[in-house]
Design a protein around this ligand. Structure first.
Ligand SMILES: Nc1nc2c(c(=O)[nH]1)N[C@H]1C(S)=C(S)[C@@H](COP(=O)(O)O)O[C@H]1N2
Ligand SMILES: [Mo]
Length: 417
């Protein structure tokens, strides 16, 4: 990665921000005014300490429950997913209560003391594990994203102009996941060498079940997770046990995991025959498109925000199911010219990665767009090339560059390109 515009933005940040020349006039205070800020009586006792802390009452931040694309607002009882407020989150980790949720038949109430995991099929001996058994095994923790394959589906066919980035891209979150390495369990139960597939089944009403190919990558990275951001899984995310497969489509990450069955071919559940397939332009369906592809989106400024001419810090997220993000480029002139954004912090493999760049908006209508590249040299496609490859029958795996149009009043809107 070559941080091309390091010098430019740096000097712009210091001089531009403080002089107010580019818009943030309030940042500079006179010495006299600054002293008077200390001239107030000390505060009295604050709120008592509590068993659990809550968000500040000044912070309004929530997920939005939604149903199929285009249907909104939605009655929460009809919601099929609930999207993360990625425009309001500021770091790389999603708080557990704001992690996006996709549940096909609601959230079951499972007593961990009663929960069992059955492991059977082509194994030396079928075994049943309790949660205590699993907690006694070696553990790993990993920070990685989870993304629903439906993320971005709002824009397959048209671009509703009034969408926020929470609507268009809120089906991704990044947490730290803790649990038993899948490889440990596979060795423990003595999975037959001829086993090339694993069925994972959930204990919810719809018993979502998927066939997972036992590739080296999945065996090495899969986790039977019981922990999320340092605490037991939340019920919405699979309590007490879920499968976590970094970089692979959300649907494979079976929640409320109750069964793993090993075999030498895919089990062809309805979830991979009728549901999570991709209808292509020629009318044939593609099965088992399992990796989440390289992607990125500008979260600020983004859909339905109102901006003023002058200085802006463009912020966004990039991620790839194939590994680390190595580069994020940015265009503020509708994809005609590009420059590199700065990657903030450490770009972890298969985790949300933040990017930033300075920008002075001259007040003229324009379009802003980001484009990411991962360590496997996958480059996020523009919409025209994605559609040329896939047609518009598809519903899943939309990873085209996201364009935001800004009009002369400073209103930001969702557009196709
Ligand atoms: N048992 C079960 N597992 C499931 C689902 C479900 O409905 N039931 N939804 C799947 C889908 S489509 C996605 S995108 C992810 C969502 O995980 P989250 O709700 O923790 O974000 O879980 C997957 N695992
Ligand atoms: Mo999903």
């Amino acid at each position: 990665m070559k941080p091309v515009s390091q010098d430019g933005p740096r000097s712009l940040t210091r001089r531009g921000l403080l002089s107010g020349a580019v818009g943030l006039a309030g940042a500079a205070a006179t010495a006299a005014k600054a002293d008077s800020l200390l001239d107030v009586p000390p505060r009295g006792p604050g709120a008592p300490l509590s068993a659990r802390s809550e968000r500040s009452k000044y912070v309004q931040i929530a997920r939005i429950p939604e149903s199929t694309p285009g249907k909104r607002p939605v009655d929460p009882s009809e919601a099929i997913n609930s999207k993360a407020p990625i425009d309001k989150l500021v770091g790389q980790i999603t708080p557990a209560d704001l992690h996006y949720e996709r549940s096909h038949s609601g959230v079951p109430d499972i007593d961990p003391a009663q929960h069992r995991l059955l492991v059977h099929g082509q194994v030396k001996k079928p075994l049943v594990f309790t949660m205590a058994d699993l907690r006694a095994m070696p553990s790993v923790s990993r920070i990685a994203f989870l993304e629903c394959t439906g993320n971005g589906w709002e824009n397959w066919k048209e671009a509703p102009p009034d969408l926020t980035v929470q609507n268009t891209h809120g089906l991704i979150s990044t947490n730290e996941w803790t649990g038993v390495p899948l490889s440990y369990l596979i060795d423990l139960v003595g999975v037959d060498r001829r086993s090339t597939w694993m069925l994972a089944e959930g204990g919810d009403g719809s018993a979502v079940a998927r066939s997972i190919p036992l590739t080296d990558e999945i065996i090495a990275e899969g986790i039977l997770a019981y922990g999320q951001n340092g605490e037991p899984l939340r019920p919405a995310h699979g309590f007490p046990l879920r499968l976590f497969l970094p970089g692979f489509e959300g649907n494979l990450n079976i929640k409320w995991l109750r069964r793993l069955k090993f075999g030498d071919r895919p089990f062809m559940t309805r979830w991979e025959t009728a549901r999570y397939t991709q209808l292509q332009a020629d009318g044939k369906a593609r099965q088992f498109q399992l990796h989440q592809d390289v992607n990125s989106v500008i979260t600020r400024p983004s859909g339905m925000m109102q901006i003023k001419p002058g200085y802006h810090r463009i912020c966004g997220l990039a991620w790839s199911g194939h590994g680390r993000i190595t580069r994020v480029e940015l265009s503020t002139d509708g994809a005609r010219t590009w420059r590199d954004a700065t990657i903030v912090g450490v770009a972890l493999p298969k985790a949300q990665t933040r990017f930033e760049a300075d920008w002075v908006w001259d007040g003229k209508p324009t379009r802003i767009v980001s484009r990411s590249t991962d360590e496997k040299h996958n480059v996020q496609p523009d919409r025209a090339s994605l559609i040329a490859r896939t047609g518009t029958n598809a519903l899943f795996h939309y990873n085209a560059q996201q364009t935001w149009a800004i009009d002369e009043t400073g209103k930001v809107r969702n557009v196709l390109a």
